[in-house]
Design a protein around this ligand. Structure first.
Ligand code: SF4
Ligand code: SF4
Length: 87
């Protein structure tokens, strides 16, 4: 899931053009800066890679993992002698 601080967006479209899954599109609603901020086309098209969050020059995007995905992820990984233990 992505959260967009819509009024922080300056409409550069970097996030839309660089998303590896082409999961973003421009909203049809102008923000306070007079541009169209991005939005997800559909929730399941995003894999939460966080690229859009990292490359947004205005820090307008935050990517959050949904609760289901979070609970399936190991809290940490301990690698001892080539054996991976999920802790
Ligand atoms: S990269 Fe940031 S500023 Fe540029 S369109 Fe996306 S959200 Fe807006
Ligand atoms: S988190 Fe990755 S896949 Fe999802 S919208 Fe951003 S760049 Fe695209």
């Amino acid at each position: 899931m992505i959260l967009v601080l819509e009024d922080w967006c300056k409409g550069c479209e970097i996030c839309v053009k660089r998303c590896p899954l082409n999961a973003l599109e421009l909203s049809d609603k102008l923000n306070k800066r007079g541009v169209y901020p991005p939005k997800l086309k559909a929730e399941n098209e995003c894999n939460s890679c966080k690229l859009c969050e990292l490359i947004c020059p205005d820090f307008a995007v935050t990517v959050t993992l949904d609760e289901e995905k979070k609970s399936k992820e190991p809290k940490s990984r301990l690698i001892i002698g080539g054996i991976v233990n999920e802790v």
